[in-house]
Design a protein around this ligand. Structure first.
Ligand SMILES: NC(=O)c1ccc[n+]([C@@H]2O[C@H](COP(=O)([O-])OP(=O)(O)OC[C@H]3O[C@@H](n4cnc5c(N)ncnc54)[C@H](OP(=O)(O)O)[C@@H]3O)[C@@H](O)[C@H]2O)c1
Length: 316
């Protein structure tokens, strides 16, 4: 029996797919919103049993369509986000500030619960448009809907990510990999399974009015993350500290590609640690601890990037 209806924007993405699986498994009906039903239905339809998933195609700035969807749902979750800007419409401001502002105002008008995914450690960052747009989005949400839950995850990984999978592909090919800021930046990587469990429990336990930093069970530096990825794919590579001048030069070239490995904006962001803030409330504080350690998490799928496949090395 269906318990509640959750409306998910960005359901076809990494965290979205895990949420569709988690919510539908727990007898929630998911209304998944995508910009392209034909392209994304293939991914989405395999995530939930028949009867537990509706797929809706919409322009995310079509306010009357959004309101129609919000009215027929109990909870609205926003997972829409971009890592780089493309064209005049897909800007950080439109996606991370204006869109959450619209969603939160419609949720407020219709008295619906709203969960928004922002990102961790943005408050101190001054020179990243990604960070600023996310922070402005949080401010707009709080103006419209003090009851909203804003989640701020550290880096989220899984077989569906654009982080570990991209890095493992590059580490497989290149003999040398650059270490930005000497590889010292700290992260608390959190698996998408843990993130979707946290989102589910926030809805199910009716937690509201909170900013929650979503962190994994350990702190790892950028260099330690790369070393663990190399171990998982059974490769040895030279991790070379890259002087900032060359890092900036390479990022300014990479950002000209259609799907850049790194942009100048991301390089600026990478300077700041991505760990729990001093006074922040984390998922641990609301009794929703993360369970998956990075090495164990990546070993579940890293064999796809390993010569000889899954059984080619002895795993601990
Ligand atoms: N992954 C991380 O490490 C991480 C860390 C901190 C915060 N976050 C935040 O968490 C949220 C979800 O992350 P994710 O990793 O699941 O992202 P993702 O895999 O990139 O998915 C994002 C989804 O947003 C939708 N989308 C992208 N660009 C859009 C646009 N221009 N207009 C409308 N929809 C668009 C896409 O859905 P359709 O193509 O189906 O329309 C896509 O499935 C994002 O807000 C992200 O910033 C992620």
């Amino acid at each position: 029996m269906i318990r509640k209806k959750v409306l998910i924007f960005g359901a076809s993405g990494q965290i979205g797919r895990y949420c569709v699986r988690k919510f539908s498994k727990e007898n929630y009906k998911v209304i998944a919103v995508t910009r392209n039903k034909h392209q994304k239905a293939y991914v989405l339809k395999t995530q939930a049993p028949i009867g537990y998933l509706d797929i809706e195609e919409t322009n995310i700035f079509d306010q009357s369509k959004i309101e129609e969807l919000i009215v027929k749902s109990d909870v609205c979750i926003n997972l829409v986000g971009i890592l780089f800007e493309k064209g005049k419409k897909n800007t950080f401001k439109n996606i991370h500030t204006i869109f959450p502002k619209i969603l939160s105002s419609i949720c407020a008008k219709n008295n619906k619960k709203f969960i928004h995914i922002s990102a961790l450690g943005l408050d101190k960052v001054k020179n990243s448009n990604y960070a600023l747009s996310k922070v402005h989005g949080e401010i707009e949400i709080r103006k419209n809907l003090p009851n909203a839950v804003i989640l701020k995850p550290s880096i989220v990984y899984s077989v569906d990510d654009k982080f570990t999978t991209k890095f493992m592909s590059i580490l497989n090919l290149l003999p040398i990999f650059p270490l930005y800021y000497n590889g010292n930046t700290k992260f608390t990587p959190v698996h998408a399974t843990d993130v979707s469990d946290i989102i589910f429990n926030i809805v199910d336990k009716e937690i509201h009015s909170k900013d929650i930093e979503v962190i994994g069970p350990e702190i790892l530096t950028f260099k330690e993350i790369l070393e663990k990825l190399l171990k998982a794919i059974n490769k040895r590579r030279l991790l070379l500290p890259l002087p900032l001048f060359f890092a900036r030069l390479s990022a300014s070239i990479f950002q000209l590609f259609p799907s850049p490995i790194i942009t100048l904006d991301q390089l600026n962001l990478l300077k700041y640690d991505n760990i729990k803030t001093e006074n922040g409330i984390t998922n641990y504080d609301v009794n929703l601890p993360s369970k998956i350690y990075f090495e164990k998490g990546i070993n579940e799928y890293a064999y796809n990037w390993r010569e000889g496949g899954k059984f080619s090395i002895k795993e601990n």
